[in-house]
Design a protein around this ligand. Structure first.
Ligand code: ATP
Ligand code: MG
Length: 292
């Protein structure tokens, strides 16, 4: 195992990794398992040498650049959860290893394992995600209410931070609602930041401004209805919503509309123009009372 340790002692990092050997993961992502050890999160991965799915980063120079940028962003007060260090098997094909981070505060904005059964992308795709047996209908209703009650200042900072992260060419995966955490004191935080944008790697032209991206991604705390063009894979499916029942659906729609208004106000407060918003709102169908 080879490693690089930016903001954690090497011995501490290896001690944390050793402890995960006897633990069950707290969460499973697409590639990763996440172990919570005290104030730390240890993430196992089999793709440390790959950025953005298939960009090879054999020397990990892109990853090192991101880690340095994340540590700077954190120092500037942006709510990113930085990577403290990593270690991996250099001989493995795509990089089997571990990332070590601080544990994010609060909980996932929404736990994807809980809400994915209501979303379009899992309907014909039963095995792709570890679904939860817990009461998902109660969970989505209550969590949406909690987020609807979050202060406007937290939404304003969510957008401000998003713009700062994008300024550094770091990719935010808005499709995963578990890539954001929410804590009543700390507000929204960003995790799962380990790759640059496609344009940074020369995979496409940089034609869309960060504010235009934010005018879509900034609505990530909302739920979307069938027929939405942006966020289509995570639109709530009518058949799945039947499980929620009339009363919870009405509550969900009301909370979701409140969240939408807060996201919209935050985007405007951060200088996203009405013209940009008018354009992007045509691509979004937000779940509201008309969808019940
Ligand atoms: N720093 C952290 N603190 C607390 N929980 C975390 C932290 N990092 C990850 N997690 C948990 O583990 C889950 C998976 O982590 P992450 O999003 O980084 O991986 P992933 O979605 O599998 O990434 P990818 O799709 O790029 O492989 C998160 O959604 C979250 O629940
Ligand atoms: Mg993720």
């Amino acid at each position: 195992m080879k490693g690089k340790f930016f903001a954690i002692e090497e011995a501490k990092a290896f001690e944390l990794i050793e402890r995960t050997g006897k633990m069950m993961p707290a969460h499973r992502g697409i590639d990763r398992r996440c172990f919570i050890v005290g104030e730390y999160a240890v993430l196992s991965t089999s793709r440390l040498k790959l950025r953005n799915v298939d960009v090879r980063d054999d020397k990990l120079s892109h990853l090192n650049d991101i880690i340095e940028k994340l540590l700077l962003l954190e120092r500037e007060g942006v709510n990113v959860v930085p990577i403290l260090g990593y270690c991996y098997d250099p001989d493995s094909m795509d990089g089997e290893g571990f990332l070590i981070e601080l544990r994010a505060r609060g909980a996932e904005m929404y736990d994807d394992a809980m809400i994915c059964k209501f979303e379009a992308w899992t309907q014909d795709n039963d095995e792709v995600y570890l679904k939860s047996d817990a009461d998902c209908a109660e969970y989505i209703t209550n969590r949406t209410r909690e987020l609807a009650l979050a202060p406007q200042a937290h939404y304003d900072k969510f957008i401000a931070d998003m713009l700062e992260i994008m300024k550094r060419d770091i990719l935010i995966d808005f499709m995963g609602k578990s890539n954001f955490f929410y804590d009543r004191e700390a507000g929204f935080q960003f995790i799962d930041l380990d790759t640059h944008t496609d344009s940074h790697y020369g995979l496409c032209e940089d034609t869309i401004s960060n504010k235009e991206v934010a005018a879509i991604g900034g609505f990530a705390p909302c739920h979307f209805a069938e027929g939405t063009s942006a966020f289509a894979p995570i639109a709530l499916v009518p058949s799945a919503l039947a499980e929620l029942g009339e009363v919870r659906l009405a509550a969900l729609a009301e909370s979701n509309s409140l969240i939408f208004e807060k996201c919209l106000a935050a985007l405007k407060a951060n200088g996203v123009s009405d013209a940009v918003l008018d354009k992007t709102l045509q691509r979004l169908k937000v779940f509201d009372r008309r969808c019940c």
